[in-house]
Design a protein around this ligand. Structure first.
Ligand code: COA
Length: 330
C-alpha cells in the first residue's frame, strides 16, 4: 500500500546580523543601484562568529516540530540539504541529531546546492510513501557567507545565511487530496564548472600554496547560470504539474528559488503564471541556496498567505547543476 506524504509543520531561522548593500559598497566596487536593479537584493543575513549550519537547522526544526505537534524523538530521519556543512565529517544531519536529541533518526546530508531542499523533499516523499518512515525532518541550511569570496563583486553581493525546514510525515487520515502531490528532481553534471568550488576537495586539496587562488570559495559564471536556471526550473515545474495532473492555473502560490528577481520574473513569464501568485523575499535575504525555498515557504505560512487547501508549487536550481520542483497541497 502506498502511503501519502504530507507536510505537517514548517520552520525557519535567519541570523540577526544584516549585511546591507551600503555595507558592500565599502567592501567591493559596487553600488546599491547596481545590486538592486540587477538582482533585487537589498540586504542579506550573516551569521555571528561561531554560528554553524547545524545551529540554524536546530532553531528552524524547533519551530517546525512545535507547529507539527511532534517531538525530536519522533524523527526517524533527518535530511539536510547543504553545501556548507559544519564539517566534512560527520555530516551536518549527525550534528543536528545530537543537538536536537533525536536518537532514532537516520542521518543524511544532500549536496544538491540550491536544490538541496527540493531534493530532500522528493526523497522524504519517497521514503514515506514506501512505508519506510513516518516522520522526517527535511532542511535546507546554509552558512553561505563562510564560502563567499568578498574580493569578487560578481558573487559576494548575492549570498546570505539561513535555514528553512519541513516535517514530512505519513498522512494519518488517508486524505488523498492533500500532501506532496508531485516531485521532480534532475541534474546535469556536464555544467559543473559554471558554479563550483574547485579547491578543497580530494582532487585539489587546499594548501598554503593555492590558498591565494580563492578556489575554496564560491565561483560562478552568473550569466550562463541565469539562462539554465530559467529553462530548467520552468521545465521541472511543467513535469511536476503533469505528474499531479494539474495546470499552472490550479496553483495558488509559486515559491521559486530566490536567486535573482530577474530569474523569478523570467520564470513566471515562461510558465504564463500570474505574477501576483509568486512569492518573493529576495530583497531581505539574498540567495541562501538550499535555504531559500523553505525560508520563503515558512514566511508565507507565518504571513497567513498559505491557507488550508491551497496548492503550492516550489522550484529551485543550483550548482551541479541540480534542480527540481514539488507541488504540495496544504
Ligand atoms: N557591482 C557592480 N558591477 C558589477 C557587479 C557588482 N556587484 N558584479 C558584476 N558587475 C559588472 C561586471 O563586471 C560587468 O562589467 P563589464 O561589462 O564591464 O564586464 C557588468 O557588471 C555586467 O555583468 P554581468 O555578469 O553581465 O551581469 P548580469 O546582468 O548577468 O548580472 C548576476 C550578474 C550575477 C547578478 C546574474 O548573472 C545572476 O544573478 N545570475 C544567476 C546567479 C545565480 O542565481 N546563481 C545561483 C544559482 S541559481
Amino acid at each position: 500500500m502506498t502511503h501519502r506524504a504530507v507536510i505537517v509543520g514548517t520552520g525557519h531561522y535567519t541570523p540577526d546580523g544584516i549585511l546591507t548593500n551600503a555595507d558592500l559598497e565599502r567592501i567591493v566596487d559596487t553600488s546599491d543601484e547596481w545590486i538592486v536593479s540587477r538582482t533585487g537584493i537589498r540586504e542579506r543575513r550573516i551569521r555571528a562568529n561561531g554560528e554553524a549550519t547545524s545551529d540554524f537547522v536546530v532553531s528552524a526544526a524547533r519551530e517546525a516540530l512545535e507547529k507539527s505537534g511532534k517531538q525530536p524523538a519522533d524523527l526517524e530521519a533527518i535530511i539536510v540539504g547543504t553545501v556548507t556543512p559544519d564539517y566534512r565529517l560527520p555530516s551536518t544531519a549527525c550534528v543536528v541529531q545530537q543537538k536536537l536529541d533525536a536518537p532514532k533518526a537516520a542521518v543524511l546530508d544532500i549536496a544538491a546546492a540550491c536544490a538541496g531542499f527540493i531534493y530532500g523533499l522528493a526523497l522524504g516523499k519517497a521514503l514515506v510513501e514506501a512505508g519506510m518512515y513516518r516522520t522526517i525532518l527535511v532542511a535546507g541550511a546554509e552558512a553561505l557567507t563562510s564560502i563567499t569570496n568578498y574580493e569578487d563583486r560578481n558573487t559576494c553581493v548575492l549570498f546570505g545565511d539561513g535555514c528553512g525546514c519541513a516535517i514530512v510525515a505519513r498522512s494519518e487520515n488517508g486524505d488523498r487530496d492533500r500532501g506532496i502531490l508531485a516531485a521532480h528532481i534532475s541534474g546535469d553534471g556536464r555544467l559543473g564548472d559554471l558554479l563550483n568550488m574547485p579547491i578543497g576537495g580530494s582532487k585539489v586539496p587546499l594548501t598554503p600554496e593555492n590558498y591565494h587562488e580563492r578556489g575554496h570559495l564560491l565561483h560562478m559564471d552568473g550569466r550562463e547560470v541565469f539562462k539554465h536556471a530559467v529553462r530548467e526550473m520552468a521545465d521541472s515545474c511543467l513535469q511536476s504539474l503533469a505528474q499531479a495532473g494539474l495546470s499552472v492555473e490550479d496553483i495558488d502560490l509559486i515559491i521559486p528559488h530566490q536567486a535573482n528577481i530577474r530569474i523569478i520574473d523570467a520564470l513566471a513569464k515562461k510558465l504564463h503564471a500570474d505574477r501576483d501568485k509568486v512569492f518573493v523575499n529576495i530583497q531581505r535575504y539574498g540567495n541562501t541556496s538550499s535555504a531559500s525555498v523553505p525560508i520563503a515557504l515558512n514566511e508565507a505560512m507565518r504571513m497567513g498567505i498559505i491557507k488550508p487547501g491551497m496548492r503550492v508549487l516550489m522550484t529551485a536550481f543550483g550548482g551541479g547543476f541540480a534542480w527540481g520542483s514539488a507541488i504540495v497541497r496544504f
